[in-house]
Design a binder for this molecule. Structure first.
Ligand code: PLP
Length: 597
């Protein structure tokens, strides 16, 4: 058992190692597999070997990536070992589905079903294959060579992979109950309204193309930690210095999270407690500014965030804010102009970082121009943190005094914030977070952050970020070819901005967003440099590729999506085009399932 992978044509993903021997436990989850996204884990004992060629041919012919858990030779193999290996792939999200074979299909199904989240069954007819997917949300198909010939299993596989999960709340509730009375299982009975809303949101995430640049799909492991019993624990303070008893385990969690964050970004100190990116920013301000102090920061309509001194945000109310903008011609940051402004304003803090800026940021340059006027430098890398962690965007950490980030955007962790700083600011930052602006930390979220930091340190994550960039470039190129004005002429990161005034002067961002929503393509309207409309209407659209890349979509799909967007926005037929495209969107999404069992 344990020979090389038969098919791993995943457009550059990490090689999928096979076998239940030395490679077991190797982390290969990378959120999809590029050009051939559907990963299927396959295993059989010596009795199931007769079905192996037919199973492999079926999956290979359809371009699916196979994790081969053996066996590929006639010697005796214990079916529980193989069943468990395939089930573990499905449970962890490494594979979306599993196919198992033994003599009867029974023993290996029983073995696989021992793992929560795995739903395995022996299947004997096409109707069973379909119902198994639709009603039971079956994810591991089991076959028996004693009763089924290689030819007979093909239509069963065909029907299994062609069917989808019925999202009717009745089925979802029952499937949830199968998984051992976990939270979702009791939620269905305890609070059917919230359960139905969650089921609806799951379906929306499954069936919509998510192009909101700040959203992503976490790994199943991150989700599990975020939904864990750690939510029950109060732990004001920091590891070893808590204001509550019983903190030995959460201390371990937070220490691991801090250490992993430090390692990942090469920082001297990490505070993992901020509940969100906004809190992280406010904590830095609270640590180093007094009300009325001067801050130089990026304008909202040029890409900055509300917490960068917007008049309606506490940051704009407390501090004396001067905004810098992008260059009117290139729409890139003009560092010389920033330096001149810094000379003029003499701020206490210069911030750099954006929610809607498609180009690389020269954090070193900004830190230097801040330090040259005696200011501190804070980088808000919320959007690009995943790229920074993967080494695909310059890091602010060696240069800026503080780096803040969210953990849920490109970084693909749970919703939350993080502050990195130099050791000399550690006490001030920790004090600003707690007791400064927060109370008890969210320990379940901190655990999920720790899982995220571990994932982000792996080679698959770098490959994922590489594909995020590749997809954003492909989408930007397509939109430009279709006559859209891509702000700054393209993108260096995970997002792009369209200026609709160029080719569709009568269409505002809000209407465009609504039209695309009809097709189940989710984007957000965005103010753009030189904005002429209100922030409610806007003239721009922001498109981002982190979430679609996690699903495994690649440049080919980006081109297709770009054409759909253009078709809908230029049709001028109200909602008709959007509705017509919707079916195609669903079909595309079905080919790229979410990474959850
Ligand atoms: N900073 C930037 C650059 C952002 O884009 C965002 C969120 O969009 C934030 C901070 C705030 O993050 P949160 O929504 O977690 O408060």
């Amino acid at each position: 058992m344990g020979r090389a992978t038969v098919s791993d044509s995943d457009g550059g993903g990490a090689p999928v190692k096979a076998g239940t021997g030395p490679n077991r436990g190797e982390k290969i989850w990378n959120g999809g597999a590029g050009a051939n996204p559907l990963r299927v884990s396959v295993g059989m004992d010596h009795r199931g070997l007769a079905l192996r060629p037919a199973i492999f041919k079926f999956l290979n012919d359809r371009g699916m990536a196979i994790i081969d858990r053996g066996t590929d030779r006639p010697g005796p193999v214990d079916y529980p070992t193989v069943g468990r290996a395939v089930a573990a792939d499905v449970q962890s999200g490494r594979a979306r589905f599993g196919v198992l074979a033994c003599g009867s299909g029974l023993g290996i199904a029983i073995a696989a079903n021992r793992l929560p989240g795995v739903r395995a069954a022996p299947i004997f007819s096409e109707a069973m294959a379909e119902l198994f997917r639709r009603h039971n949300h079956g994810n591991v198909l089991c076959l028996g060579s004693s009763w089924q010939s290689p030819r007979e299993i093909v239509p069963l596989l065909e029907r299994f992979f062609a069917s989808g999960e019925d999202q009717d709340p009745r089925h979802r509730r029952r499937v949830a109950q199968l998984d051992g009375g976990g939270c979702v299982a009791c939620l269905a009975g305890e609070d059917p309204e919230i359960f139905a809303a969650i089921a609806g949101e799951r379906r929306r995430q499954e069936e919509h193309i998510e192009l909101i640049a700040s959203e992503n799909f976490t790994s199943p492991a991150v989700l599990e930690a975020a939904g864990s019993i750690l939510t029950n624990k109060y732990a004001e303070g920091y590891p070893g210095q808590r204001y509550y008893g019983g903190c030995e385990f959460v201390d371990r969690v937070e220490s691991l999270a801090r250490e992993r964050a430090r390692q990942l970004f090469g920082a001297e100190h990490a505070n993992v407690q901020p509940h969100s990116g906004s809190q992280a920013n406010m904590a830095v301000y609270a640590a180093v500014l007094r009300p009325g102090d001067r801050m130089l920061t990026m304008s909202l309509s040029h890409g900055g965030h509300l917490t960068h001194g917007h008049a309606k945000n506490l940051s704009g109310m407390l501090y004396s804010v001067t905004h810098y903008e992008t260059d009117p011609l290139t729409r890139r940051l003009d560092y010389d102009a920033m330096a001149r402004l810094a000379e003029e304003v003499r701020p206490r803090l210069v911030t750099i970082g954006a929610s809607a800026y498609p180009r690389q940021i020269d954090f070193q340059r900004v830190a230097e121009l801040a330090h040259a006027v005696g200011a501190l430098a804070m980088a808000d890398m919320a959007h690009v943190a995943g790229l920074v962690a993967a080494g695909l965007h310059p890091s602010p950490v060696p240069y800026c005094d503080f780096a803040t980030t969210t953990t849920h955007k490109t970084l693909r962790g749970p919703r939350g914030g993080l502050i990195l700083c130099r050791e000399r600011f550690a006490r001030a930052i920790d004090g600003a977070v707690f007791p400064g602006i927060q109370g008890g930390p969210l320990m379940h979220i901190i655990a999920a952050k720790a899982v995220c930091f571990r994932e982000a340190a792996g080679p698959e994550f770098r490959d994922y970020q590489r594909r995020v960039l590749e997809n954003a470039a492909a989408l930007a190129k397509t939109m430009a070819e279709l006559g859209f004005a891509v702000i700054s002429g393209g993108t260096d990161n995970h997002l792009l901005l369209l200026d609709l005034r160029e080719n569709l002067p009568d269409l505002d961002g809000k209407t465009a967003q609504t039209l695309l929503e009809r097709a189940h393509i989710t984007v957000n309207k965005n103010t753009i440099p030189g904005e002429t409309r209100s922030p409610v209407a806007t003239s721009g659209l922001r498109l981002g590729t982190p979430a679609v890349t996690t699903r495994g979509m690649g440049p080919e799909e980006m081109r297709q999506i770009g054409h759909w967007i253009a078709e809908i926005l230029t049709a001028g037929d109200g909602e008709a085009s959007g509705v017509a495209v919707r079916e195609k969107v669903h079909a595309l999404c079905a080919r790229f399932p979410l990474p959850y069992p």
